[in-house]
Design a protein around this ligand. Structure first.
Ligand SMILES: Cc1cc2nc3c(=O)[nH]c(=O)nc-3n(C[C@H](O)[C@H](O)[C@H](O)COP(=O)(O)OP(=O)(O)OC[C@H]3O[C@@H](n4cnc5c(N)ncnc54)[C@H](O)[C@@H]3O)c2cc1C
Length: 286
């Protein structure tokens, strides 16, 4: 197995163009598990750890640009203010060791329906920056990035460079059901982001369909009927939960049944909207 070690982004893109079959490795918390269990035996690994810019983040032009290699630990420590939903999700990932190595870019690269970054990225309206040597940059909205179980819109000669996330303008929450509190793959998960300036609520479902997805009908319901100056109407909250549950299309597997997941998504949706709404009203009253 060849081990390619570019030191700049341009070298990394050139290596991927030259060897499209090379498997990128950032934190390695997915890749090394696959190698250890012989799930795949690539001809080459493309180690991105020497490309320093991938571990940087910045805020400009209405977006927080998070480099693909920024580990969860940095998201938690440094980005809890602008990206509270993503930071909450990051806190639930694996263990301290996994959060030190694992990255948001790696979560996107793996494109697992159970990946914890995806629901908050969807709810916030994130855009994934990918690039190839020959064709340049493509900006892919998160909602169009996930194509199937562990399949994304990334082409074989492309690498993920960063994810652009609008800094929060309202409360955001992430909630995850697991069989225990740490080191657990989500049975299902849900993220919510209030966008008060646009009078809009974003959603993201995890581990509840072949891909992470938004609950579009539920979002449309709130856009049409939510009174942003009043307490949350219990009937509206109930219908929101029902529409979120209806957006799920889960399977039975070792972690849970489809029926349980549908039920749990409805509960998480109601719960997170209630938390977010309480924060929203508190902030208005202050
Ligand atoms: C014990 C354990 C617990 C875990 N717990 C959780 C959990 O709670 N929640 C969760 O979501 N995940 C969990 N994971 C999975 C994993 O940690 C995450 O998916 C993590 O985000 C992967 O990031 P990484 O940097 O380690 O990716 P890597 O393993 O380096 O790569 C993952 C995938 O992305 C690709 N890739 C990496 N970087 C790029 C790039 N720049 N461009 C294109 N492709 C790229 C790789 O080729 C690979 O296919 C766990 C894993 C372990 C081993």
């Amino acid at each position: 197995m060849d081990f390619l070690r570019p030191t700049t982004w341009e070298e990394a893109l050139a290596a991927k163009a030259d060897r499209p079959e090379a498997v990128p490795i950032q934190g390695g918390t997915d890749v090394m598990v696959e190698l250890n269990f012989d799930v795949r035996r690539p001809e080459a690994l493309l180690d991105l750890n020497r490309v320093a810019e991938l571990r940087e983040w910045s805020i400009a032009g209405g977006f927080c640009r998070v480099g693909a290699g920024v580990p969860y630990a940095a998201v938690i420590e440094e980005l809890g203010g602008p990206l509270p939903g993503l930071a909450q999700a990051a806190r639930t990932v694996g263990s301290p060791q996994i959060r030190n190595r694992g990255s948001v870019g790696g979560n996107l690269g793996a494109a697992s329906p159970a990946g914890d970054s995806h629901p908050p990225l969807l709810a916030a309206g994130a855009v994934v920056e990918v690039e190839s040597y020959g064709r340049g940059v493509r900006m892919i909205p998160a909602a169009e990035f996930y194509l199937g179980v562990k399949r994304s819109a990334l082409e074989p000669d492309e690498l993920i460079r960063a994810v652009h996330v609008p800094p929060a303008t309202g409360p955001q929450y992430f909630s995850k059901v697991g069989t225990r509190n740490a080191m657990v793959i989500a049975v299902c998960s849900f993220a919510i982001a209030l966008h008060p300036r646009e009078r809009r609520v974003g959603t993201g479902l995890g581990s509840a369909a072949p891909t992470p997805r938004r609950a579009l009908e539920a979002e449309e319901l709130l856009a049409a009927e939510l009174d942003w100056d009043a307490p949350l109407d219990p009937a509206l909250l109930r219908r929101f939960g029902e529409l979120c549950a209806r957006a799920a299309a889960p399977i039975d597997d070792v972690r849970g049944t489809a029926a349980y997941r549908v039920h749990a998504i409805g509960v998480l949706a109601r719960r997170t909207l209630t938390w977010a709404w309480n924060d929203h009203l508190e902030k208005r009253a202050a």
